[in-house]
Ligand binder design. Structure first.
Ligand code: CO
Length: 151
């Protein structure tokens, strides 16, 4: 089910999100709805607070595939890249953000199993952008040259 994407100005986007502790039907419903919402919006990623639920769960949809990261943590990072970003919660804007070129994260899947993963390039950028959402950070806090674009 497609949920409404919260827009900048809503305080939920500025919350420090809580860890997911129950890997239950409620989480599955949230994640399934987030996936429907992300696909519908044709975005590269979505974090739970963007649908109004301040818990540590994100999804990333990139060339490498569709990923769900529950309770993700960046454990190492390397290099630097600079590139354009937008956000489904900041409609009609884009800006340039410096991110690590490569990040290693640890996370859980929707059943609570633990994994680690290395992301590079745009994938790493998307991961960093989504993880920032879990700490109430928007890319516009870090971007230079935020400007209007056509959605
Ligand atoms: Co975003």
């Amino acid at each position: 089910m497609i949920r409404e994407i919260v827009q900048v100005g809503d305080p939920v986007l500025r919350e420090k999100c809580k860890p997911v502790t129950r890997f239950d039907d409620e989480l599955f419903r949230l994640l399934d709805d987030m996936k429907d919402t992300l696909k519908d919006a044709e975005g590269a990623g979505l974090a739970a607070p963007q649908v109004g639920v301040p818990v540590r769960a994100v999804q990333v949809d990139v060339e490498e595939g569709f990923f769900e990261f529950i309770n993700p943590v960046i454990v190492s990072q390397k290099g630097e890249q600079s590139g354009p970003e937008g956000c489904l919660s900041v409609r009609g804007k884009a800006g340039v953000v410096v991110r690590p070129e490569k990040v290693k994260i640890v996370f859980q899947d929707r059943r609570g199993d633990k994994y680690s993963l290395v992301a590079r390039g745009f994938f790493a950028r998307a991961v960093c952008h989504e993880l920032d959402h879990l700490d109430g950070v928007l890319y516009t806090d870090k971007a230079t040259d935020v400007h209007d674009v056509d959605d």
